[in-house]
Design a protein around this ligand. Sequence first.
Ligand code: CTP
Ligand code: CA
Length: 228
Amino acid sequence: LIAFFAPKPLAGRKVLITAGPTFEAIDPVRGITNLSSGKMGFAVARAAREAGAEVTLVAGPVHLSTPRGVQRVNVQSAQQMLAAVMALAPASSVFVATAAVADWRPATQAGEKIKKDGSGQTPVLTFVENPDILATVAQLPEAQSGALYCVGFAAESHDLLAHATAKRLRKKIPLLVGNIGPATFGQDDNALLLVDENGHRELPLASKRSLAQGLVAEIAARLPARRA
Ligand code: CTP
Ligand code: CA
């Protein structure tokens, strides 16, 4: 009952989250993607909703059910994810980028299924770099002014603190969250390293659900106070 009547830390705030992998088409039946499960982003969406926020989840192709009360926008490619995010980011208070966006996409997409030609020759794919969604959002005037609080994620194989610190500065975001531990993709347990302008702290090994709740509390505590 006390919890029910307690003011929710994100009441009245709009939270925008990206989650899952992206899928970059090669032709109508093929593409490249990665093994992101989307679980962390979906857990953050659920926790933010439970903290009282109005939550929109922009999700790449994942097989997860939408958390109760969360608005979901399904996308495939990084370019579609960018477009969906940019339509919503200026009106949001928080942007959390958990998506494992494909860094590159095939330079061209075949309009029809690429066929073997019988000669044994293999197709050669060339790639172009995808837009950096988080860095693009971080450059919005709303983000620069502090009205939109941007949070990035990083999965690094080594030197997590150094890479996370560098990535936070490179993307010009106030908070970068590192996944601690090997091969967190698809796992239910995880630990997080939070890096901000004041240094770093760890959210120790726990379920993605409780880590997401901890992260949402940390984000809420960093938001500027609302005008009455
Ligand atoms: N990100 C993004 N758009 C991209 C690439 C990354 O929004 N095109 C976001 C991710 O959602 C994550 C953060 O940026 O929050 C860091 O992603 P990561 O892949 O670790 O960083 P990159 O800048 O892509 O660098 P690299 O993969 O080379 O380490
Ligand atoms: Ca990347």
